[in-house]
Design a protein around this ligand. Structure first.
Ligand code: OFO
Length: 182
């Protein structure tokens, strides 16, 4: 018979704890990377993109904290991640948003892997907890894809970059519309 994952002291296995701690590192890296991008955008005068990325950095920190609390209340130990190797300068605004899109795709893959693992070990509580992240990733990918699309739609010549920066401010409303919410 399969070993029960729930014991009197913990409701997640050590393996699940390890995977969730890896995800904590990813969310911490997201928060740090977006903060760095926001700061670069601010120095270049891309004020709307900077505001968007500062806010997203805060949201990523909240995603990390949510995981830390979950691991701790499940009998594990959520670990403050070591964050190094954050990029501070970028070739262009396009590079910033392409990096965001690629990063979010990696985060989605990582969440999906943990979801797969939870189903395999019949950890339905963590599976359920992770559904919030599944929905969130879908929204964040939509935002990032649209941001990259703006560069192709508007073009970067003349006032193009200024216009793209303005449109970045409308991304959240766009993602909401595309989610089918009334
Ligand atoms: Fe944490 O939502 Fe994206 O990375």
């Amino acid at each position: 018979m399969k070993k029960q994952i729930i014991t009197p002291t913990r409701s997640i296995t050590e393996e699940t704890e390890k995977l969730l701690n890896k995800q904590i590192v990813m969310e911490g890296k997201s928060a740090a990377a977006y903060l760095s991008m926001a700061s670069w955008c601010e120095t270049k005068g891309y004020d709307t993109s900077a505001a968007f990325l500062f806010k997203h950095s805060d949201e990523e920190r909240m995603h990390m904290l949510k995981l830390i609390h979950y691991v701790n209340t499940a009998g594990g130990h959520g670990l403050q991640p070591e964050i190094t190797g954050i990029k501070h300068t970028f070739k262009s605004l396009r590079e910033v948003f392409e990096t965001v899109l690629n990063h979010e795709i990696e985060v989605t893959k990582s969440i999906n892997n943990i979801v797969d693992h939870c189903l395999a070990v019949k950890d339905y509580a963590t599976f359920n907890f992770l559904q919030w992240y599944v929905v969130e990733q879908r929204e964040e990918e939509t935002l990032a894809r649209r941001a990259v699309e703006l560069f192709n739609l508007i073009g970067e010549e003349g006032v193009g970059l200024w216009l793209i920066d303005q449109e970045i401010g409308k991304l959240e409303a766009y993602a909401e519309r595309m989610s089918g919410k009334p």
